[in-house]
Design a binder for this molecule. Structure first.
Ligand SMILES: [Fe+2]
Length: 580
């Protein structure tokens, strides 16, 4: 059975192909078109997945989509009646989704290629939870999904048992913690789609002095989970809320109403200085979000009595919250899919359909929950033919090819001498984090390296932290972590030794967004960090995504361009080493 899963109804469009129960490839369209959170039809992603699987679209039996317009109909009708609004008004309110409906592009593509398989719609939150549960190693798990909205729903709890997923409770439009987080992110002057992670970084500098005000913004209890005070929001209002697309990138008008300034004071404009008040609002938002979700999780545990938890949805990328789950709830084992946001729904919808219909049950338990390297890769020969030969003419660069052992040694040495390395090796990562295949690497021991990276390469805000990649066997020596965190989705406390020996990856509140690296997770990256450990006695590298305010580099040309544009000292493309 060949299934092509697509995310075409939301930002971060993507594709994933599953052949006879095995995930062969998955990638986001933004990598190809070079636009962050691209929402256009993922033609390149589809063709990439098919080419890796050595198939054509006519070999595909099923295309699964991570939305289902017929789902949650009762709630949609109830909302219309309760709010005495016309269907056309509701359509307008929800037409952000309608605008994003690429069904016609898909149909055109399939007609052109005489596709004769079947299209299957899978409800949005079911796709989210399936992306987590069916990639986890758990037989039984409680499930939680949280996002802005998908199929009229923003939050879902689930019982995942014996390869079946049962929906327990849902929170419907217009109540959403994703919208709350996005609205306050905008209020704090970060207007781009997907900027919430910046506010999470900002939160560490503040104190939660606005918790009382947030109690007015959102109420919560165990019965209805939470309710937004809609007076402070505009997303439900036809007259106030609007959206647009700029070359396929979603842009939202402010999701908060003017009334919010009575509660939180003046909004911050994007170029205004960030003041103490802004840090405190960010901190209060983060604590408010955590308190509500921990309350949901504690109730979910009481309901299911299962110690395994699967998380998905855009809010599951809140690594600060993720790092506290074991401390604040009875859950002992937590799995979060590396691509927890909407792009991951392409895989989730395909896995959901597979598990419902796969006749060969033998494949069901062959889960490979560390598999996140599902994108494109290039051979040394390709790099030599297409890039090195062309650029060897440029006298200001030197090029050499090393074997693996020489490469680890050369790069570890350079890092230990404060050089910044662009590291491009193996298949690219599935999801927003660079996990050692499309990474910029630096020496976490150097407290100055953060400023060097921020100013010379990443061109990003100085308040955002950098993350450590640590050999898994040393992780609990440096950090408060006793489990693996291969996808860099957990923020935990750094121990005294971390602050002393790797200050560049310890945030202002003493926290660290840790990636643990084992040999089975990532062979080359593990060996490189091991070599650095041999040289310096420190089994940790600073690991940040290989980009410069753009999607993570996709091919060797992008990597070389980024190297040339910035002050990076050295570029590694597979076994090729390029220096200035
Ligand atoms: Fe979603």
């Amino acid at each position: 059975m060949i299934i092509l899963g697509l995310n075409i109804n939301h930002a971060d469009t993507s594709a994933c192909i599953i052949v006879n129960g095995k995930i062969i490839a998955a990638i986001e369209e933004e990598r190809f078109v070079r636009k962050k959170h691209y929402a256009g039809f993922p033609l390149n992603s589809i063709e990439f997945c098919l080419s890796i699987a050595k198939l054509t679209i006519n070999d595909v039996n099923f295309i699964t989509l991570n939305y289902s317009p017929s789902s949650n109909l009762k709630q949609k009708v109830f909302y219309i009646i309760k709010n005495i609004i016309s269907i056309s008004t509701l359509k307008k309110i929800l037409s952000f989704k309608k605008k994003l409906f690429y069904t016609s592009d898909l149909q055109r593509y399939l007609n052109k290629n005489n596709f004769n398989g079947k299209i299957i719609n899978v409800e949005h939150h079911m796709s989210h939870i399936a992306s987590s549960y069916y990639n986890s190693s758990f037989e039984n798990a409680a499930g939680l999904t949280i996002d802005g909205f998908g199929d009229f729903c923003s939050t879902g709890t689930f019982l995942c048992s014996n390869d079946k997923i049962q929906s327990l409770k849902k929170v419907y439009f217009p109540h959403s913690l994703g919208i709350l987080y996005q609205a306050i992110t905008q209020f704090l002057g970060f207007k781009n789609y997907g900027d919430e992670y910046k506010v999470m970084g900002l939160a560490s500098y503040g104190e939660p002095k606005y918790l009382k005000e947030f109690e007015d913004l959102v109420q919560h209890n165990s019965k209805f989970f939470f309710l937004l005070n809609l007076d402070y929001f505009s997303h439900h209002s036809n007259s106030e809320f609007s959206y647009s697309f700029s070359n396929g990138i979603p842009k939202f008008s402010n999701l908060y109403s003017k009334k919010i300034t009575e509660l939180l004071g003046e909004e911050r404009n994007p170029y205004d200085k960030i003041e103490k008040r802004h840090f405190d609002i960010a901190s209060s938002l983060q604590i408010c979000f955590e308190n509500i979700v921990f309350s949901i999780l504690n109730n979910l545990y009481q309901e299911t009595k299962i110690e395994n938890l699967c998380l998905a949805g855009g809010c599951a990328l809140n690594s600060k919250f993720n790092g506290l789950i074991k401390e604040r709830t009875p859950f002992k084992n937590v799995f979060i899919q590396p691509n927890a946001g909407d792009a991951g729904g392409a895989m989730g919808s395909a896995l959901h359909f597979l598990r419902k219909n796969e006749i060969n049950k033998a494949s069901i338990h062959q889960r490979d929950n560390n598999k996140c390297y599902l994108g494109n890769s290039y051979t040394n020969e390709f790099i030599e033919d297409k890039l090195i030969k062309k650029n060897q003419l440029i006298k200001s660069y030197s090029f050499k090819k090393l074997d693996d052992a020489e490469l680890y040694n050369e790069v570890a040495n350079r890092i230990s001498k404060n050089q910044v390395i662009g590291w491009f090796k193996g298949r690219c990562e599935w999801g927003p984090r660079a996990l050692g295949n499309r990474s910029i690497l630096a020496d976490a021991r150097n407290p100055e390296i953060k400023d060097i990276l921020n100013k010379k390469i990443k061109l990003r805000e100085s308040f955002r932290p950098f993350a450590p990649a640590v050999l898994e066997e040393f992780a609990n020596i440096y950090f408060d972590i006793n489990y693996s965190s291969p996808f860099m989705l957990n923020v935990v406390n750094g121990k005294k030794i971390a602050k002393e020996s790797v200050p560049a990856v310890v945030h202002v509140d003493n926290t660290c967004r840790v990636q643990t690296v084992s040999k089975s997770d990532n062979y080359h990256f593990y060996n490189l960090i091991s070599e650095f450990n041999k040289l310096t006695g420190v089994p940790i590298l600073l690991n940040t995504s290989f980009n410069e305010n753009e999607p993570i580099v996709f091919n060797p040309d992008h990597a070389f361009d980024c190297f040339r544009r910035t002050s990076m000292d050295c570029l590694v493309l597979e076994n090729w080493v390029i220096t200035r």
